[in-house]
Design a protein around this ligand. Structure first.
Ligand SMILES: *[C@@H]1O[C@H](CO)[C@@H](O)[C@H](O)[C@H]1NC(C)=O
Length: 212
């Protein structure tokens, strides 16, 4: 193409346009759209459909998420479903309603989680504080129960350790009809566990946070 020739009026504009095709509005728009699509894919879609990873039960159960930047030494984000609380690498659901222990187990499972399993004093203190702030019920089931009196078992088969148990003073009462364990809201953490009947109480569910 003869660019020198394009100085004559009438042909100048088309010639210029052809030589700078990337400036055409539609090219710009398509590029912008492509970049935006890429970003949306990276931040919203990729996290929840990583290669080879099946979405977790928690991911399948919820559509709205709250994410925070992960700890400094790790890249990416940690996400919990909207309305859940995050502590370290777990998400927690503090129930507003009550139901028997067996149904509580099922409710947590149905949301891709399990009744909370306390693995550390820090976790025990965090969960207790969240319960205190929720200002609803008095007792909140945790994932600890006994088939036989005194034989405590965590729902996820974590071995029960007496040294990491946070019984209230005078508890457990180890009565035959008190085989479920709840955090008692009004008592001073960390020692606020109480064994009681498996009747209607609030619950705390826990699931691993989704890392993105
Ligand atoms: C669990 O209980 C909550 C609160 O009542 C409810 O919104 C949710 O749908 C229940 N989920 C399942 C799987 O039962």
């Amino acid at each position: 193409m003869n660019r020198q020739g394009s100085v004559s009026p009438g042909t100048a504009a088309p010639a210029e346009e052809r030589s700078c095709s990337w400036m055409k509005p539609w090219v710009f728009l398509v590029s912008a759209l492509a970049i935006k699509t890429a970003l949306v894919t990276i931040y919203l879609v990729a996290p929840f459909s990583r290669k080879g990873d099946q979405p977790t039960a928690l991911q399948q159960a919820f559509t709205e998420w709250r994410c925070i930047s992960a700890e400094p030494q790790e890249r990416g984000w940690m996400c919990c479903p909207k309305g859940w609380k995050r502590f370290q690498k777990s998400c927690y659901y503090i129930s507003g309603n009550i139901m028997p222990w067996a149904e509580s187990v099922q409710n947590c499972t149905g949301m891709g989680s399990h009744l909370v399993v306390i693995n550390s004093k820090a976790e025990q203190v965090f969960v207790s504080e969240e319960i205190q702030q929720s200002s609803k019920g008095l007792y909140y089931f945790i994932g600890l129960s006994a088939e036989k009196v005194g034989q405590w078992q965590w729902v996820d088969k974590t071995p029960f350790s007496v040294s990491a148990a946070y019984w209230r003073k005078g508890q457990p009462s180890n009565k035959d009809d008190q085989k479920c364990v709840a955090i008692q809201r009004a008592s001073e953490p960390p020692n606020n566990w109480n064994d009681l009947t498996c009747e209607h109480h609030h619950r705390v569910c826990e699931a691993a946070a989704v890392t993105v």
